[in-house]
Write a protein that binds this ligand. Structure first.
Ligand SMILES: [Zn+2]
Length: 207
């Protein structure tokens, strides 16, 4: 029913996560009604997206430069590294403005069922970054590594793997922490699952 070009755009939008046919059509019509300049700018950004977006050499966040804004920010505590699975997780911390250290993005997690091993994510780069120039005895500017992988089976396994590796290469001299897990605000104990309750009681804080 739609002319080809418009139909192609709608079909493409339908491939995006969470977008159905109706929404795709609505978005395509919205694009059609945008001022020419806006649409041109959008098209250029899409065309150069892959070309311009690189990994930060230090933390593997996305950037257009060698290193990202967060790594370049000298007001941030460069000696505390928060290890996350994805850039989306990093953005969650940033949007909440609740953390002032730097990050390390793994770009995945150890997941044997999907054939993702430790060498498929940025673990080696984290270890290299932690121990300066591979110096022995262990020397580092890093004071703490926060393992903020997800609290699911693969996330836990990834955190455990990294913890063991870090302990070995740093002679147990590095502070390694894991996010506290437990009940979401407003949750009801009655409906909490066993693992959540277990983690909540293990991670209880002084009150
Ligand atoms: Zn960075």
């Amino acid at each position: 029913m739609l002319p080809n070009n418009l139909k192609n755009i709608s079909l493409f939008l339908e491939r995006l996560p969470g977008i159905g046919e109706k929404t795709a059509n609505r978005l395509a019509f919205f694009l059609l009604n945008l001022p020419d300049e806006d649409l041109k700018e959008f098209a250029e950004n899409v065309a150069t997206l892959k070309l311009k977006t690189k990994f930060c050499k230090k933390c593997f966040n996305f950037t257009e430069d060698e290193t990202c804004e967060i790594c370049n920010d000298q007001k941030r505590v460069q000696s505390v590294i928060c290890v996350v699975e994805t850039v989306l997780d990093l953005l969650s911390f940033e949007q909440g403005r609740i953390y002032n250290g730097v990050y390390h993005v793994l770009h995945g997690k150890i997941d044997p069922l999907n054939r993702m091993g430790p060498e498929d994510i940025k673990i080696k780069q984290l270890l290299d970054r932690t121990v300066e120039n591979g110096l022995k005895p262990f020397r580092t500017k890093i004071k703490e590594i926060i393992l903020a992988t997800n609290p699911d089976m693969e996330g836990e396994a990834t955190a455990m793997y990294i913890k063991n590796k870090l302990k070995t290469i740093t002679n147990n001299e590095l502070r390694i922490t894991r996010l506290a897990y437990g009940l979401p605000m407003g949750a009801n104990l009655e409906y909490a699952d066993y693992m959540t309750l277990k983690k909540a009681i293990e991670g209880r804080n002084k009150f």
